[in-house]
Design a protein around this ligand. Structure first.
Ligand SMILES: [Mg+2]
Length: 309
C-alpha cells in the first residue's frame, strides 16, 4: 500500500520571494512549492540523472509536468556533449526529448560568438562537440597564437601543456587575445561520489600564467542560458522554476533573474552548505528528491509515495 504524504504533518513556511511553501517532512530541511509554474527548467547532472542512472522520481515528474502541458527544458553547463547526445541519453533513460528541449554551453557559446564576435579567430580549448558546432557556424579557428583573438576555456579532457602554451602566447606574448569560458564549474559530479575537473580548472591555469581577466562566461549563472532556454516560450522568468543541484550556477542564475529557485540535494550541495546563508543567497525551495517539486496536494491526488522510483 502506498503511504501518502500527510498534509497534517506539513506546515506552511514563506519562501524567499514571498511565495507559499510547505515543509512536508517534519524536522527535515525539505521545503516544497504549493503551486505549479508556467514552465520548468532543469539542470541535468545531479538533478535528473547522476552518471548513467536516472535519479529517483525524475521520470514520473517529467511525465506528469508534460501531461499537465507545462513546458520542460533541460539546461546543462557541460560543453562535452552536443544536443543530440543529450536527446539520446534522456530518451534511452525513459525521458523522451527533442533537440529544442535542450540548451547547453555548446549552443550558448556558438550563439554568443556569432552575436558579438562573428569575425574573431578563436582557439577553443574544448572537446569535439564544441569544435564541431563552431565549425558548422562558420567561426574561424586557429592554433596560431599570432592570429588568435579569443581563447575559449572549457571542460576539456584533452587539456595539455601545448594548449596552455598557445593560450599563453596569444594572451600574454602577443597581447591580442581575450579570455572567455563556456562555464565556470569547478568539477562535474559523477556517480559513486566521484567527479571530473571542469572548465574552472582550465580558466585558472590560463589566468595563473597570464593574469588575464575572464571577459565572458556563457554558462549558468549567466542569464544567456536562461534566455536560450526560454526561447519560443511566451512566459516570464518570474513564472518559471529553475531546478538544479549547484548553488553557484543553477541557484545563482535563478536568484539573479527572479525565477523560483529550487535546490535538489541529489548532487553537489548538502544541507550543511545551506547553513548560515542570507535569505538573498538561499534557494526558495529545497528538495530531497526532484519529484517533490509537485505540490503536496498533487502527490496526494496521484497517490505517490517517496518509496516509489
Ligand atoms: Mg548539476
Amino acid at each position: 500500500m502506498k503511504d501518502k504524504v500527510k498534509r497534517e504533518a506539513s506546515h506552511t513556511v514563506v519562501s524567499r520571494t514571498g511565495g507559499s511553501a510547505v515543509r512536508p517532512l517534519p524536522g527535515s530541511p525539505v521545503v516544497v512549492p504549493t503551486r505549479l509554474y508556467e514552465a520548468y527548467i532543469f539542470d541535468l547532472d545531479g538533478t535528473i540523472y547522476l552518471g548513467p542512472d536516472l535519479l529517483p522520481g525524475a521520470k514520473r515528474l517529467i511525465d506528469e509536468l508534460r501531461a499537465r502541458d507545462k513546458p520542460v527544458r533541460f539546461l546543462s553547463n557541460n560543453p562535452t556533449r552536443d544536443r543530440d547526445m543529450y536527446v539520446s541519453k534522456l530518451t534511452k533513460l525513459g525521458i523522451p526529448a527533442r533537440v529544442e528541449d535542450i540548451v547547453n554551453t555548446v549552443v550558448t557559446m556558438t550563439r554568443w560568438l556569432l552575436a558579438n564576435h562573428p569575425d574573431a579567430v578563436v582557439f577553443p580549448i574544448a572537446e569535439q562537440p564544441l569544435i564541431r558546432a563552431l565549425d558548422e557556424a562558420g567561426i574561424r579557428m586557429s592554433d596560431n597564437p599570432a592570429e588568435i583573438d579569443i581563447v575559449i576555456a572549457s571542460y576539456d579532457r584533452g587539456f595539455e601543456y601545448r594548449k596552455l602554451q598557445i593560450a599563453f602566447d596569444a594572451i600574454w606574448y602577443y597581447k591580442r587575445a581575450r579570455l572567455v569560458a563556456t562555464n565556470p564549474d569547478p568539477y562535474c559530479p559523477m556517480d559513486g561520489g566521484r567527479g571530473e575537473p571542469d572548465a574552472a580548472a582550465v580558466i585558472a591555469a590560463i589566468q595563473a600564467c597570464t593574469g588575464a581577466k575572464l571577459e565572458a562566461n556563457t554558462g549558468k549563472p549567466d542569464p544567456i542560458m536562461l534566455r536560450a532556454a526560454l526561447e519560443g516560450l511566451d512566459v516570464k522568468a518570474t513564472d518559471c522554476a529553475m531546478v538544479g543541484d549547484r548553488m553557484s550556477t543553477d541557484i545563482r542564475m535563478a536568484l539573479d533573474t527572479g525565477m523560483a529557485s529550487v535546490l535538489v540535494l541529489t548532487g553537489e550541495t548538502t544541507v550543511k552548505d545551506l547553513e548560515g546563508l542570507s535569505p538573498a543567497d538561499s534557494p526558495d525551495f529545497v528538495l530531497d528528491r526532484v519529484d517533490r517539486l509537485l505540490p503536496v496536494r498533487i502527490w496526494e491526488e496521484l497517490g505517490w509515495s517517496d518509496r516509489d522510483p
